[in-house]
Ligand binder design. Sequence first.
Ligand SMILES: Nc1ncnc2c1ncn2[C@@H]1O[C@H](COP(=O)(O)OP(=O)(O)OP(=O)(O)O)[C@@H](O)[C@H]1O
Length: 242
Amino acid sequence: MKATLRVDDISAGYGRVLAVKNLSLSAAAGEVVSILGRNGAGKTTTLLSVSGLVKPRSGRVSVDGTSLRLGRPHAASKAGLIQVPEDRALFTGLTVRENLAAAGARRKADLTMVTDLFPELEPLIGRRAGLLSGGEQQMLALARAITLRPKVLLVDEMSLGLAPVVCQRLSSVIRGLADESGVAVLLVEQHLSLALEVADRGIVLHKGSVAMEGTRAELTAKRHEIESSYMGGAGTVEDPAA
Ligand SMILES: Nc1ncnc2c1ncn2[C@@H]1O[C@H](COP(=O)(O)OP(=O)(O)OP(=O)(O)O)[C@@H](O)[C@H]1O
């Protein structure tokens, strides 16, 4: 399968901390790839390296075979790499409609697309984002990213703090987006069963490196090992100079 997103041998970090080491991954159109691992394993840094918000020290990120200049978020989004940030980054004092407009989704077709995907948001369109529930806020954050028509959607910790039923709802939208619109998805997820349910493939990070990777079936067969060795507890990379 031809990769839409290809990440080759990237290393990235902060000061003396090397958070991601020689990491490679790919995602094809219509494929959902989960990035798993415990706190500090390097999942968010991987996404930020792809979306250009962190500049990797080395390596290559390409979309449809074209290399991107590293550390350029605007170029990354123009190339179709759209990130849903972990903290949702909504304007809480603005309405749902205004939040969408601020992201460039002003046309009627954009709003129709959002309410088709998330009918739950339709009656809330004039409500301030700060008054929405956590699940509704996450729907809005996801909707906002989708209206930018991503080739590759980068989703960070979507399920954090949300009820299981809301997580199921969000992951079914993500699955639908991949299946019906051919969007490639990189999904950072702490919730193993949710990640395995929605993903086609997954990679497990440990201390900034890929410790395991496989298809959903392969990772599901190893879920106990993943859980005991690579999820929960601290997996933070050590500062070599500390
Ligand atoms: N802004 C930063 N400055 C310095 N170190 C950082 C920064 N952000 C992350 N780190 C460190 O980089 C390493 C990887 O962090 P990262 O956030 O990528 O991991 P993660 O797997 O996404 O963890 P979490 O699930 O807690 O978000 C950790 O050691 C973390 O402490």
